[in-house]
Design a binder for this molecule. Structure first.
Ligand SMILES: [Zn+2]
Length: 96
């Protein structure tokens, strides 16, 4: 008989994640990957917000390693740009 072994919550969570991912991959579906996301927030100044940045703002949360629709990886997008940038942790579906 094997000696009794106590598993920590961390070990159990890790083991379940590995099993879940293996089953998902076996079904030919996807798994989730931790990813850092970013988005543009319209800043404000005496002249208001920048209209030329609406496309970047409308893009919403994107992968922090991607570029915004304007082709830039962050503000300032143009001289006098008042936009700000925000980051958060997120999950992304990775198809296998
Ligand atoms: Zn701007």
């Amino acid at each position: 008989m094997l000696p009794a072994r106590t598993y920590s919550d961390y070990e159990i969570t890790e083991a379940l994640a590995i099993i879940d991912r293996a089953l998902t991959e076996k079904r030919g579906e996807y798994y989730y990957e931790e990813v850092l996301l970013k988005r543009v927030l319209p800043g404000e100044s005496d002249t208001g917000t920048c209209e030329e940045c609406n496309e970047n703002i409308d893009a919403g949360w994107i992968d922090s390693e991607d570029v915004y629709p304007s082709g830039d990886d962050g503000p300032e997008f143009h001289p006098g740009c008042v936009c700000e940038e925000e980051y958060k942790e997120g999950r992304r579906r990775v198809y296998v």
